[in-house]
Design a protein around this ligand. Structure first.
Ligand code: SF4
Length: 370
């Protein structure tokens, strides 16, 4: 497979790890922002190839994990309405709300459907003019353009029975919030390659300069990640803090012009709450005034919801890199993929799920209970 196999070569990976070992003279902490990168790191044992001088800290870049509990509860309330067909990507169905999840709503008779594209939800709205079709629009800058396109299309087709529950978040403000936190240990970032492929690299130089932190746009295959780490460590050792592109086959300075135009038309920047982290100023998108009529929150007036997070869940600390998943007391005990207490154990990009699925750091008791 072109652009995959050549980035999974074991010998080249060992050479890169050796180069990192050669240049790292003291301890450095590098955060991979994206949950997809976290899974690749754990699945491929990249963290175990690195010298003890280099610590990888897992970041908040999992769209399912950071969707606020209150928004999940709103989704549950909307999906329970008899006139609604509620559409979502499969990941969201098992994410626990305050009292239940979308699977439970489905088992109780709710019309909850898994779709593979937001455009499928638009088609459903066209095919079911007597029903209200709602799409759960979550995610980072990567999924936002397709979601924006769906709303744009619905308006163009005059569909009055389509709406979107929007909870989009933006990566750079979250990176800034992490850097500004008093307990921050992050000294360099591997920026998420797919986010950069949409947005370009323009947003990062001010951040790199203000916080003296190297930022390397990095892909998802083992060699991509090792090369990103190598460049980050080389900068740290040289006392530099630049933005570098280690994912040139997908990322440009300008980003994807068509996607940016669509985002600009349909969304506007807003303050946004992140699950487990709290409100980060100007860290999300909502529908712009011209598209507000497609806002499911307004259409179904889901207000006054009191979200209740599990007191056992430490996902906020996991998402900010303050603890590793296995350091959560509930990991592998009260909390497993079958009995998840937090979204980070459910999502395919969640750090807790990565540690659990690849058996990392489970003790004998937890292993026996699997
Ligand atoms: S292991 Fe479970 S309870 Fe602990 S932080 Fe992760 S999701 Fe939350």
């Amino acid at each position: 497979m072109k652009y995959l196999n050549e980035f999974r070569d074991g010998e080249a990976a060992r050479r890169l790890a050796g180069e990192i070992r050669r240049i790292a003279t003291r301890r450095w902490a590098v955060m991979e922002v994206c949950g997809g990168q976290t899974h690749s790191i754990i699945r491929n044992g990249i963290d175990q190839m690195l010298p003890t001088e280099v610590e990888l800290i897992h970041g908040p870049g999992c769209p399912v994990c950071v969707t606020p509990l209150e928004t999940i509860d709103k989704a549950l309330a909307i999906a329970s309405r008899p006139e609604v067909i509620f559409c979502s990507f499969g990941d969201m169905l098992r994410v626990p709300g305050s009292a239940r999840d979308l699977f439970q709503v489905k088992s109780e008779g709710g019309d909850v459907r898994v779709v593979y594209s937001p455009l499928d939800a638009v088609t459903l709205a066209r095919q079911n003019p007597d029903r209200q079709v709602v799409f759960f629009g979550i995610g980072f800058e990567t999924t936002a353009p397709a979601n924006a396109m769906a709303v744009h299309l619905a308006r163009r087709q005059g569909l009055e029975n389509f709406s979107m529950l929007v909870s989009h978040v933006l990566v750079p403000p979250a990176m800034e919030a992490i850097l500004g936190a008093p307990h921050c240990r992050v000294q360099a970032f591997l920026a998420a390659g797919h986010v950069c492929s949409v947005m370009g690299l323009r947003q990062y130089p001010p951040l790199a300069e203000r916080y003296s932190v190297p930022i390397v746009a990095t892909g998802f295959e083992p060699l991509d990640i090792l090369e990103g780490i190598r460049r980050a460590i080389a900068q740290l050792e040289a006392g530099e803090s630049r933005v570098e592109n280690a994912y040139e086959r997908a990322v440009t300075l300008e980003g994807n012009a068509a996607a940016l135009k669509m985002l600009d038309e349909v969304f506007e920047v807003t303050d946004r709450a992140w699950r487990g982290i709290g409100v980060i100023p100007r860290s999300g998108w909502r529908l712009s005034a011209a598209y507000r009529a497609f806002d499911a929150e307004l259409r179904f007036a889901v207000t006054g919801i009191q979200a209740v997070e599990s007191p056992l869940c430490h996902a906020g600390e996991v998402l900010q890199g303050a603890i590793k998943p296995h350091q959560c007391p509930a990991f592998g005990r009260e909390c497993t993929p079958r009995t998840p207490l937090g979204a980070t154990m459910v999502s395919t990009e969640g750090a807790c799920a990565a540690y659990y699925h690849y058996g990392r750091f489970l003790d004998d008791e937890a292993l026996a209970s699997r």
